[in-house]
Design a protein around this ligand. Structure first.
Ligand code: C2O
Ligand code: CU
Ligand code: CU
Length: 456
């Protein structure tokens, strides 16, 4: 495979950012004012943050904040990001959920070479779908995402929707101790089970914040699970909320209900009817409070529920002529076959094959080859006691059935496959390339639960 777009810099002078580093790292986010173009310069660099009061945590940040700065563009427009690596390690950016050309997908040795310290890489692609997406590295993911390299990417609808107010809530639980020092991002005995959880929950980088919302208004809450491990059992202590979109694709609006299980990498968009001024609602993970939503006087008159969001231009799979492919997600058995040579563990596999995170050639052996524009049903079978949020790069799929619950079909890029569940998803293989297909519990992915699906 040859890679063409990587930019190697002898120094940073050519970038016009000389002086970076010498006096400590500076950050900025550039964006020109023309309404039709969206250009960003995005820097990844170390940043000390105060997650635990009175203590510093040596995080890694995009655009000088954790989670990373929110990138926005409009549906159908190009997003152009000059990504500058000011870390001391190789990295990449993957644009989770965006249907883009392979060269922009951010997977090292599959779509590009790693961006080395001091290098930059120009990402440039069209965002065909409106919705809530996110970005993160695809290198040493447990540590890089764990240290804070995660950020929201919001693609706005072409036309104004009925929503006047919106908030992005990025959820992440940090692997830190009481002094704010990082703890292990991936512990083998946890990776072999549900994944290694962080202990300090945050919303937009703050533990249990209070967020003010305008009284009487309908607010679009874009809730993004940017966590390495946790499935949040999202619920609200009070108030009325309706689901408008899942993982970047609109659904027929329906009540939030008791709770929604939002796996790692997944997003949900709620419309929340904000109660009278002074009232509070807790956003919770099961019984645990993640944030307090406080209603404040807005002086605006009562709003009504917006109509549903416009559908994205995703090809409709024809189930009658679709070919069925089967994927088993299971325990790999030989617990530490690999560990002596490489220092990595293999706990998980797909159809008997474990991805070796240190082997740069794994993607040369795709687990399935799909014909361009062919229609497929993928049957996902979870043979384990742990749930796996199964994610596919490059294409959006439709969830069509499950043996464990009633499915109202919807389009998504990540499906939370429950314990021992078998689910069917369908897609039109309309994007040529080699696409990662993996569990988004990061330490499952790094201990085998990843494969490549090729579309030719
Ligand atoms: Cu968020 Cu390989 O994905
Ligand atoms: Cu992805
Ligand atoms: Cu998993």
């Amino acid at each position: 495979m040859s890679f063409t777009r990587r930019q190697i810099l002898a120094g940073l002078a050519g970038l016009g950012i000389a002086g970076l580093g010498a006096s400590g790292v500076r950050y900025w986010l550039g964006r020109p004012n023309e309404a039709t173009s969206h250009d960003y310069e995005l820097i990844a660099a170390p940043l000390d943050v105060e997650l635990v009061a009175g203590h510093q945590t040596p995080a890694w940040a995009y655009g000088g904040q954790v989670p990373g700065v929110e990138l926005r563009c409009r549906q159908g427009e190009r997003l152009r990001v000059r990504f500058i690596n000011q870390l001391e390690v190789d990295t990449t950016i993957h644009w989770h959920g965006i249907r883009l050309p392979l060269e922009m997908d951010g997977v090292p040795y599959v779509s590009q070479l790693p961006v080395k310290p001091g290098e930059y890489f120009d990402y440039d692609f069209i965002c065909p779908d409106a919705g809530s997406f996110w970005y993160h590295p695809h290198t040493a993911s447990a540590e890089q995402l764990g240290r804070g390299l995660v950020g929201p990417l919001i693609v706005e609808e072409r036309e104004p929707t009925g929503f006047v107010h919106e908030r992005t809530l990025s959820l992440k639980s940090w692997h830190v101790d009481k002094q704010g020092a990082f703890t292990e991002f991936s512990v083998p005995r946890e990776a072999a089970r549900g994944g290694t959880p962080g202990v300090l929950s945050t919303v937009n980088g703050t533990h249990a914040p209070t967020l003010e919302l305008p009284a009487g208004q309908i607010v679009r809450l874009r809730i993004l699970n940017l966590d390495n491990t946790l499935t949040y059992r999202l619920n609200l202590s009070a108030g009325e909320a309706r689901i408008y979109a899942l993982d970047g694709n609109p659904v027929e609006p329906r009540a939030l209900g008791k709770e929604y299980w939002l796996g790692p990498g997944m997003r949900i968009e709620l419309a929340l009817k904000v109660p009278a001024a002074g009232e509070e609602i807790s956003l919770r993970n099961g019984p645990l409070r993640l944030a307090t939503l406080l209603s404040v006087d807005s002086g605006e008159s009562e709003a009504d529920w917006p109509s549903k969001l416009p559908a994205n231009p995703v090809a409709e799979p024809d189930l009658q002529r679709a070919e069925v492919l089967r994927f088993n997600f299971e325990w790999a058995g030989m617990v530490s076959a690999n560990v002596e040579q490489t220092g990595t563990h293999t706990f998980w596999q797909i159809n008997g094959q474990a991805w070796d995170i240190n082997d740069k050639t794994c993607a040369d052996r795709p687990i399935a080859t799909l014909k361009k524009d062919g229609h497929y049903i993928l049957e996902l079978r979870n043979l384990s006691q742990y749930q796996h949020p199964i994610h596919l790069h490059g294409m959006t799929f439709k969830v069509i059935s499950s043996n464990r619950r009633k499915i109202e079909p919807w389009f998504t890029d990540t499906y939370l496959l429950g314990k021992n569940e078998t689910a069917r998803i369908a897609l039109v293989a309309d994007n040529p390339g080699v696409w990662m297909f993996h569990c988004h519990v990061i330490d499952h992915m790094e201990t085998g639960l990843m494969a490549a699906i090729e579309v030719v």
